[in-house]
Design a protein around this ligand. Structure first.
Ligand code: ADP
Length: 346
């Protein structure tokens, strides 16, 4: 006869590869049932986008087969409960993680990365919001195929986000005509951004991705001071000019009074991939890695320069929807890094 204690003893030998603690002590084993010759349980991960999902499942199977029974019927369900960041989120308590995507320089693919990240996290099963705060060039409505869309309004005058590709979207682009943005003064921008963050009916979200404007100006100060950011993701391309601007963005979130945890860097347009699998680096290499080292951070992903990324952005159907491996790996790496940040902060 198999009993629960035996199963738990076996699973307490399985380590979460990121946290280096066992699944039982981490309280990740749920709904364990054991009957004559059946064992069934769920493994509750800290994000549905966990890149170690298959590896953890296999390790559980092996532990049971070796230490409990090699013939029992075994059903393992992989579920997830996204961890909260431990920031005081004030009015945005119902949002577990708020990730600000910044770049320093414009045109490096910040909005492309933010969009694919949001859609990719939703594809993995997370509840996701995407807030386009890029006052100087709100491109998310276009990239999500929402040029004609407008948020709805609720009874209590809150904005109801538009839903597309599984993501709740609101954009400064829905609030103004393209030629208006340039003449907005600082306080107007500030109040519009706060309105977008606080007066949108986001509902319960695992992740809210905010696409910041390029640069390191007043708007960033507003974003960092008014909105309870859990973490910052820096996007750069390999060129020295982009790296120099990304350095300014990193330095900004290191400044006293403004400090925000930096999750890491994404190096976009990092390389060209030939059909034979060979990579070339038309814009140089090593800059992002050097920058990560300087700031004691990490390069989370390198995304190739790929014409399908451009065309899918133009068509309003982000490249991750057509199965880009590099983008999918990026989504999982970002989710994993956020989970680790949250678990370590506890
Ligand atoms: P930013 O938000 O930094 O200004 P965008 O995301 O708007 O930059 O990207 C600028 C342009 O580059 C867009 O046309 C976009 O489709 C394209 N682009 C972004 N990343 C890639 C990539 N990895 N490969 C090819 N084109 C890309």
């Amino acid at each position: 006869m198999i009993d629960k204690e035996q199963v738990l003893a076996a699973l307490s030998k399985v380590l979460d590869p990121d946290l280096q603690k066992d699944l039982v002590s981490l309280n990740m084993i749920k709904d364990l049932t054991v009957s004559a010759d059946n064992i069934s349980f769920s493994v509750e991960l800290t994000t549905p986008a966990c890149p170690m999902k298959d590896e953890i499942k296999r390790a559980c199977e092996n532990a049971i087969r070796h230490m409990v029974s090699d013939t029992a019927e075994l059903a393992i369900k992989m579920t997830a409960q996204v961890k909260q960041s431990n920031m005081d989120k004030g009015q945005l308590q119902h949002i577990k993680n708020i990730l600000l995507v910044v770049s320093g320089k414009g045109g490096v693919g910040k909005s492309t990365i933010a969009t694919n990240l949001a859609v990719g996290l939703a594809q993995e099963g997370a509840q996701v919001g995407l807030l386009d705060a890029d006052i100087h060039g709100p491109s998310i409505p276009h990239m999500m195929g929402l040029q004609e869309a407008r948020p709805g309004s609720s009874e209590n005058k809150k904005m109801v986000p538009v839903k597309k590709h599984g993501v709740q979207v609101n954009s400064i682009g829905f609030m103004l005509r393209p030629e208006q943005a340039l003449v907005w003064r600082g306080p107007m921008v500030s109040s519009a951004l706060k309105q977008l963050a606080f007066d949108t009916l986001w509902g319960a979200l695992d992740y809210l991705i905010i696409d910041a404007p390029p640069g390191t100006g007043d708007i960033h100060l507003t974003l960092a001071q008014a909105i309870p950011i859990s973490s910052v993701l820096v996007v750069s391309t390999p060129q020295q000019v982009a790296i120099a601007d990304a350095r300014k963005a990193l330095a900004m979130f290191d400044m006293k009074g403004l400090e925000k945890p930096v999750l890491g860097l994404v190096e976009n347009m990092s390389y060209l991939l030939a059909e034979n699998g060979e990579k070339t680096h038309p814009f140089g290499q090593g800059g992002a890695a050097q920058l990560a080292k300087e700031f004691n951070s990490q390069v989370l992903a390198k995304i190739p320069l790929d014409s399908t990324v451009t065309s899918s952005g133009d068509l309003g159907s982000p490249a991750i929807l057509s199965g880009s491996t590099a983008l999918k790996e990026m989504v999982q790496k970002v989710a994993q890094a956020l989970s680790i940040q949250n678990m370590q902060a506890k």
